[in-house]
Structures are given as structure tokens and as C-alpha cells.
Design a protein around this ligand. Structure first.
Ligand SMILES: Cc1ncc(COP(=O)(O)O)c(C=O)c1O
Length: 389
């Protein structure tokens, strides 16, 4: 007799993973692929992190469980990071280390909300949010945003939501659109949430990767907000799986207990490396050089790619993605992505991963790779468009 599988496990797949699998299979058969599908920085983590990995490799503490909320030096270093970047005083006891921000999202959902709660988020948006909400028996409330409105979320859109959501998840800068909210926008959204009893969860994983004004942390405006972040993007440490949550006092213990019972602790050696990265000012200089390269990559692609591939869209002002309007090339971006991979050996992500409604008209290009790869990709894509469109 076939036994039941829970309804909550019937999640849509992460389509980019199909692209990754195919691209990796091609690479394994010595086929070179220009990788533009994942948000994977092409460069190494901070030198200070690499040195720490070597320094601590024989230290028994590097191979042990840690406190579930993370090692104290890392939580203290993150608190100093908030003072440095935002002039914010955060108590290290309000910081919890997670296994990447991905696990942090699930922890935040499970501790903040009961089954059936409604959580608002913008679409297009990072699909794991919605899928994790479904797996936690929560109800995503999708707020459509459009290129014509600069993909922006406004308080007017929030006020129009009916029924009122229990929570709101914002990503700033956003994936895939690259929209970075101004301080005034974050403040207005955070204040609306506090005034309306809506729990704000702010994904700030792309902070530091800004091409205009610096990022604003939701905690600057709402003490009840949860802030999620990680070492994956600005610090180029995706594989270490180290993220963090800044939580209001009343959520610290529930989050800590959930961590203790689910993953016990994040990788000890990686936590030590992350702390070393934050403690060395050179890490910031090195990472800012990467950000300067992302900007060069963005500008190169926007200057060289044909309009038929880019469409009309607002400039990404943070993160490392272009969410291109590819409808002039194909009404199905999944088909288009496959063609780019098969015919040009370029892997990109179809927009359906971010938007079930209009995603077939969009394609996400990641410019986190090397400038050399971006130039080569721009050439191949431009030639392809000239021949095929
Ligand atoms: C917007 C956003 N949030 C969260 C994540 C998860 O990152 P990690 O689990 O590596 O911290 C990603 C990964 O690409 C992302 O794009």
C-alpha cells in the first residue's frame, strides 16, 4: 500500500536547478559553459577568511558543535559590522547564526507564524520564500509589482491588501529585479508594518552590493523587524552556509530552541572564518573591489546586449542580476534559456522561477562572474540575436 506524502511537500521545483544540472553535466564532459544562472560570486572569500580556515584546521573547536546561536566572537563581530555600516547598536545576544539565510527563513517563518498565517511578498521575487512558506503551511500573499513602476513596493500597495497579512517579507536589494529601496521607502514600509501589527522580515543578503546609495537596514526603523543576512553574497562565501538573523528580544529564545532542535549548530570552522573576515578591514576593501567589478559587468552587459534581449527595464541598483524582458525573442523564457545553453553554452535562469504569471517573458542574467566571461557572453548573445531575431 502506498503511504501518504504530505501536501506541504508538493513544492514547485526550483527551475534554475535544472539549468545548473545541465550546465554541470556539459562542463563534466569538458564543454565550457559561461555560467550566468546562479548568484555565485566568481572570486574567492576574503583573504582573512582563507587564512583563518588554514589557521584553525587543527583546532578541535573547528570540528565540534558550537552554541546553537553561534560562536560569540562571530556574533560580536556581526554587531560591530552593524555599527560600522549603519551606525546601529545591536546586542550580540539578538544575533543568531544560521546555516545560510535559507535555513534562517524557515526558522523565521516557524517562530513568527502559526499555520495558515498570511505572509505578503512581491512578485517577481525569490521563489524559495514562497516555497518555504508553503512547506510551513503558511499562505503566501503575492503582491504584483511591475517594471513600469520600477518593480517597487509602496505603502499604498500594502494598504490595499485585503485581508491584512500577518507578515511581510521584503528583499532589499531584490532578486531578481535588483531594486534597492531608499531609506525613506524602508522607513515607510517598516512603520506601516509596526502600525498595523504586521511582522516585517527583511532579507538584506545583497547589502553591500549597491551601485548607488548604501543600503538601509530595516532595524533602523522597526525594532520588531527580523533581519536576515548571510556571508554568501557580499563576502563571496556561498559554500560555507553561514547566515544570521537579527531578532527582537522576545524571538531570540524561540529561534534558539528551534535551531537547537533542527540543525544544532552551523559549521564551526566556517563560523571562525566568517568572524576573521569581519575583523579585518582589508576584507571590506577586497569585497568592495568585487562590487566594483560587478558594476563594470552590469554596465558592460547593458551597453553591449541588444535591446531585443534586454527590453525596457529599470537599471538594477543592487545585487548582481539583470531581469531582462526577453519577450521580443520568445514568449517562453524556459525555451529561450534552453536554446542559450544548447546553442551558445550560456546558462541563464528563466523568469518562471520568480513569477508564475509573467515570468515566461523574462530571463535573469547573473553578472557575478568574471568581466572576461561577461564580455564573451555579450558577444555570443548579440551575434545570436542578430541571426535569430
Ligand atoms: C534573495 C535571496 N535570499 C536568500 C538567498 C539564500 O542565500 P543563502 O542561503 O546562501 O544565504 C538567496 C540566494 O541566492 C537570495 O537570492
Amino acid at each position: 500500500m502506498a503511504l501518504r506524502i504530505s501536501a506541504r511537500s508538493e513544492l514547485p521545483p526550483f527551475m534554475v536547478m535544472d539549468v545548473v544540472e545541465k550546465a554541470e553535466a556539459m562542463q563534466a564532459s569538458t564543454h565550457e559553459v559561461l555560467r550566468m544562472e546562479m548568484g555565485q560570486p566568481a572570486s574567492l572569500p576574503p583573504q582573512a577568511a582563507l587564512a583563518a580556515l588554514q589557521r584553525y584546521i587543527d583546532d578541535p573547536r573547528a570540528h565540534s558543535y558550537t552554541l546553537s546561536r553561534g560562536i560569540t566572537p562571530l556574533r560580536q563581530a556581526i554587531a560591530r559590522h552593524y555599527k560600522r555600516w549603519y551606525d546601529l547598536v545591536i546586542d550580540p545576544d539578538q544575533i543568531l547564526i544560521t546555516m545560510g539565510s535559507s535555513v534562517g527563513f524557515l526558522m523565521a517563518f516557524l517562530t513568527c507564524f502559526d499555520a495558515g498565517a498570511r505572509i505578503a511578498m512581491t512578485v517577481p521575487g525569490y521563489s524559495a520564500y514562497r516555497n518555504l512558506m508553503l512547506s510551513a503551511s503558511l499562505e503566501p500573499m503575492l503582491i504584483d509589482v511591475y517594471a513600469e513602476d520600477d518593480w517597487r513596493l509602496s505603502v499604498e500597495k500594502l494598504a490595499a491588501l485585503s485581508p491584512r497579512p500577518d507578515g511581510l517579507l521584503i528583499a532589499n536589494p531584490a532578486n531578481p529585479t535588483g531594486v534597492a529601496l531608499s531609506g525613506a521607502e524602508v522607513e515607510a514600509i517598516a512603520k506601516w508594518c509596526e502600525a498595523n501589527g504586521v511582522r516585517l522580515i527583511s532579507d538584506e543578503i545583497y547589502h553591500g552590493i549597491h551601485f548607488g546609495a548604501a543600503g538601509h537596514c530595516a532595524r533602523q526603523y522597526a525594532s520588531s523587524a527580523l533581519v536576515l543576512n548571510s556571508f554568501s553574497k557580499y563576502f563571496a562565501m556561498t559554500g560555507h552556509r553561514i547566515g544570521w538573523i537579527i531578532a527582537p528580544d522576545d524571538l531570540v529564545d524561540p529561534l534558539d530552541r528551534l535551531g537547537q532542535n533542527s540543525f544544532i549548530s552551523a559549521n564551526a570552522l566556517s563560523q571562525m572564518a566568517a568572524a576573521a573576515a569581519l575583523d579585518d578591514p582589508d576584507s571590506y576593501r577586497q569585497m568592495d573591489e568585487y562590487v566594483a567589478r560587478y558594476r563594470i559587468n552590469r554596465d558592460l552587459l547593458l551597453a553591449r546586449l541588444p535591446e531585443k534581449l534586454l527590453g525596457q527595464f529599470p537599471y538594477p541598483d543592487g545585487g548582481f542580476y539583470i531581469y531582462a524582458d526577453t519577450r521580443a525573442l520568445s514568449a517562453d523564457s524556459a525555451v529561450l534559456s534552453n536554446r542559450f545553453l544548447d546553442e551558445l553554452s550560456i546558462s541563464v535562469t528563466p523568469g518562471c522561477d520568480f513569477d508564475e504569471r509573467l515570468g515566461h517573458l523574462y530571463t535573469r542574467l547573473s553578472f557575478a562572474g568574471s568581466t572576461e566571461d561577461m564580455a564573451e557572453a555579450a558577444q555570443r548573445l548579440s551575434d545570436w540575436v542578430a541571426q535569430n531575431a
